[in-house]
Design a binder for this molecule. Structure first.
Ligand SMILES: C[S@@+](CC[C@H](N)C(=O)[O-])C[C@H]1O[C@@H](n2cnc3c(N)ncnc32)[C@H](O)[C@@H]1O
Length: 493
């Protein structure tokens, strides 16, 4: 084809009827408007303008609309536009540029929420500049950062030197940030940090715990350090009414644990959740405690060792320490959220023998408000009560005895099966199902089915464990012998 016959844009336009010309002029205007609003990061205005476009007929406009919808978290609309639009190579390139820029923008917002302003500014700038053949003007870069911070209810980055980090109107911040970061660790992180700076440590603890509930086993140790700082400084949690703070039990848990140590005579004791060291100090044998923020104030035996790490980090990196040991007794008393206690049980069982004994604390809230995942009372069990229900549902093979210990009950578990993978395999489904059961039933608070802390069954169970250990008996034998002794095991109640 000679140059003479190459159809230029102009000659193509000449052949177009007037209606098409008008449409394409309107698209050009819409496109420059879209590009400007996108540069500014004004997603609400961009979406309002998009109401007048017909993105199916112009996939470049569709790309801008998609970028704004993604910033607003509207995935369903994005899918619908993608299905209806026909992107050519050029517009695909634009779309991918905008998507990458969108990720950078979201990261910038997350950094802003966790007070990393310099990094936030950098990310906003990278987002605006991505794919541009020149550097965007400084005013545009500043505008992008301002709009994003304003959308989060945060003051402008330029004001950070002098202005308070957050809008003094905290409620406004919470509202706008929650709208943008629902169920996002970044929001919880920002709130935890905010309350810590404000020295409102009880609230900071609640939000640090939420951060770790969301990040689960990936919670970085520095967050636990901040939580520890909050615990060190907290003057106390809001005191609920007398009823809300009810505690029950006919034997003190440390007294009962001491009696279990004396009767069982473990060779090795393992503990998750050490705090002051009161329960770890009961071990006279070799002992290992794990806590990401121990606050030791009790003298421990010289055979006791404390590892500063979350239980998840311990099991991921250091649990070999347990392999060569005969762990006869393990006490799970770490994070008071059921998924933590469940993971602690799964990981602990894997390292124990069938005739070892696991004790789980906090299975009985004294009042339903103590079972709240967000702590709102001084006495707090969180929703660890769910672990007992989960074990009854998924592990009927275990021998369990729930004890009416003071202040929040204890669950004794034996006939362990280190090779059983039921809980592990169903972990995600279990967590999903049990997260939607927010409140314990009355029978949980009333401790239906719990035995007294002075009940002979506790010591019969320990005798059985010792006997089975001597004989090297397996889990099945322990279960059968227990049923012979007490036909109504807790798993049948
Ligand atoms: C109720 S206290 C333990 C009390 C202690 N067992 C006693 O009876 O004396 C709970 C402890 O669990 C710790 N903890 C919180 N999250 C944890 C985690 N992910 N892994 C292990 N321990 C954790 C806390 O730091 C706190 O010290």
């Amino acid at each position: 084809m000679t140059a003479e016959h190459t159809p230029t844009k102009q000659s193509k336009a000449k052949q177009q009827p007037a209606k098409q010309l008008l449409q394409s002029a309107a698209s050009e205007t819409a496109l420059s408007q879209a590009a400007m609003l996108w540069g500014l990061g004004d997603w609400p205005s961009l979406l309002a303008a998009a109401e007048n476009w017909n993105p199916e007929h112009n996939s470049a406009l569709a790309a801008y609309k998609i970028a704004a919808l993604l910033q607003n978290g509207d995935i369903d609309q994005v899918k619908a536009i993608l299905a209806a639009s026909d992107f050519d190579v050029i517009d695909r390139q634009l779309l991918s540029k905008l998507l990458i820029a969108g990720v950078l923008n979201s990261l910038g917002k997350a950094r802003a929420c966790s007070f990393e302003h310099a990094r936030a500014q950098q990310l906003f700038e990278q987002s605006v500049n991505i794919g541009l053949p020149y550097t965007a003007p400084a005013t545009l870069l500043r505008a992008r950062a301002s709009t994003q911070l304003a959308q989060l209810g945060l003051p402008n980055i330029q004001q950070h030197e002098t202005a308070p980090l957050f809008n003094p109107d905290t409620a406004h911040f919470l509202q706008s940030a929650t709208a943008f970061f629902q169920d996002e660790p970044a929001l919880e992180l920002a709130l935890a940090d905010y309350y810590q700076r404000e020295q409102r440590f009880d609230q900071a603890i609640v939000h640090w715990q939420q951060v770790s509930a969301m990040l689960e086993k990936d919670t970085p140790q520095p967050y636990y350090e901040r939580l520890k700082e909050a615990y060190r400084n907290v003057k106390g949690f809001p005191l609920g009414s007398v009823e809300q703070e009810t505690l029950r039990g006919d034997i003190d848990k440390h007294k009962l644990l001491a009696a279990i140590h004396a009767k069982l005579e473990p060779e090795f004791y393992f503990e998750i959740g050490v705090q002051t060291g009161k329960s770890l100090a009961l071990a006279k044998c070799e002992a290992l405690g794990v806590d990401p923020m121990p606050l030791l104030n009790v003298e421990l035996s010289k055979n006791a060792k404390v590892i500063t790490a979350s239980s998840d980090a311990f099991f991921a990196q250091k649990s070999d320490m347990l392999l060569s040991k005969q762990v006869d007794l393990a006490f799970i008393d770490g994070m008071h959220l059921f998924e933590y206690a469940l993971r602690d049980f799964i990981n602990t069982e894997r390292h124990l023998k069938p005739c070892s004994l696991i004790v789980i604390d906090d299975i009985y809230p004294g009042h339903i408000d103590q079972a709240n995942r967000d702590r709102c009372t001084r006495a707090w069990t969180g929703d660890v009560w769910k672990v007992k229900a989960i074990l009854q549902q998924f592990r009927p093979d275990l021998v369990m005895l729930a004890v009416d210990a003071y202040p929040t009950g204890l669950l004794l578990i034996t006939a362990l099966d280190p090779d059983n993978t039921q809980l592990e395999q169903n972990y995600s489904a279990i967590v999903q199902e049990y997260l939607s059961k927010p409140l314990p039933q009355a029978e949980v608070v009333q401790r239906d089915g719990a035995v007294s802390g002075k009940n002979e069954q506790i010591f019969k169970l320990i005798d059985l464990i010792k006997q089975c250990k001597k004989q090297g008996a397996g889990a099945k034998v322990i279960q059968e012998k227990w049923l012979e002794l007490y036909s109504r095991g807790i798993s049948q109640q």
